[in-house]
Design a protein around this ligand. Structure first.
Ligand SMILES: [Zn+2]
Ligand SMILES: [Zn+2]
Length: 324
């Protein structure tokens, strides 16, 4: 059995963002000889029961989790430039953690809903026991602080920007989050989706996705610096949205449906050979990396060199252990 465990995984319950059916996910994890697998759908645990049962059937340890929507300041206030919505991965270590996840999601839907069911630091501080947290994608607290963010202003009818926050504010944000959780239960996520061209893209197409490469590199560097200074470990993660690389086109189609966008003229089913011509079309293909699939432990080696991992009671290891 491999030591590596995927701790950031979306299923088709991440509506409009992922395509993988839970039985297929578990089956693939089994094929890859994994002893445990997490499920972290966006703002929901609707797949938790199905996932739990499938994992038990397959002899895999299920790690129940959620990629939460989190308001920067208060979930009781609407989303705005000062109060943007970010992502945060929460994983249950035990039954207390599971119950806290359920409580947080209930609260988010009843009191924190604005476009998405959101939590905030205040409610999280009351329900953080039994949970492991990781800082999620470039839209998480680490990524937002490092890269800044954009929010659509309904009055101005345009997107407004917040520049990066600077090292001091970044460390304050991360320290605040770390202190909410139990010892050894907060990690800085490092994702690496387009550092090398594995996807059959031409050099020019590859270059078009430079922004993601640059963003993830910048976030990873900041994670290393902040992690060292604050004593917070890193965790190497793939943000899994489909089962295998050849399923990335399907995800692009459902993203376009979710964004209420027409697929671009001239698109004939193969995104990797297709070039965006307008800003609108760029939006449609913004996340083509071909890397967001359930990778094997070997494929995860280089993206997460030097990182450590969350540990879960009952799993056979502290994993993913990717340091060479
Ligand atoms: Zn995310
Ligand atoms: Zn995600």
């Amino acid at each position: 059995m491999t030591e590596f465990v995927h701790t950031h995984v979306h299923s088709s319950y991440s509506l409009g963002d992922a395509t993988t059916k839970i039985p297929d996910l578990v089956h693939r994890a089994k094929e890859l000889n994994m002893g445990a697998l997490a499920l972290t759908d966006h703002g929901t645990m609707a797949g938790a029961v199905e996932f739990y049962k499938e994992c038990k059937k397959a002899g895999i340890k299920p790690i129940l989790g959620c990629e939460m929507y989190m308001a920067w300041k208060s979930a009781r206030e609407p989303k705005s430039l000062e109060n943007p919505t970010g992502h945060l991965i929460l994983l249950a270590k035990d039954e207390t953690g599971y119950r806290n996840l359920c409580a947080l999601l209930e609260w988010a839907n009843r009191f924190g809903f604005h476009y998405d069911p959101r939590i905030d630091l205040e409610i999280l501080s009351k329900h953080s026991r039994g949970l492991v947290a990781t800082t999620s994608c470039v839209g998480g607290p680490l990524g937002k602080a490092v890269l800044g963010w954009k929010v659509y202003d309904h009055k101005l009818k345009e997107r407004v920007s917040q520049p990066a926050l600077g090292e001091e504010a970044l460390e304050q944000t991360l320290g605040q989050l770390r202190d909410l959780f139990e010892k050894d239960s907060f990690f800085l996520e490092v994702q690496n989706h387009k550092m090398a061209n594995h996807s059959g893209l031409t050099d020019r197409q590859f270059d078009d996705y430079k922004w993601l490469r640059d963003a993830q590199t910048e976030v990873a560097k900041a994670a290393l610096r902040a992690g060292r200074r604050l004593g917070i470990p890193l965790v190497g993660v793939n943000d899994c949205h489909y089962l295998s690389r050849d399923m990335m086109d399907t995800r692009q189609v459902i993203l376009a449906v979710g964004d209420k966008q027409l697929l671009p003229n001239g698109f004939e089913g193969e995104f990797r050979d297709w070039k965006a011509k307008t800003e609108h079309e760029e939006e449609v293909v913004r996340e083509i990396t071909g890397e967001m699939y359930l990778k094997s432990p070997e494929e995860m080696l280089w993206p997460c060199t030097g990182t450590s991992s969350p540990s879960f009671s009952g799993t056979h290891s502290r994993s993913p252990r990717c340091a060479r």
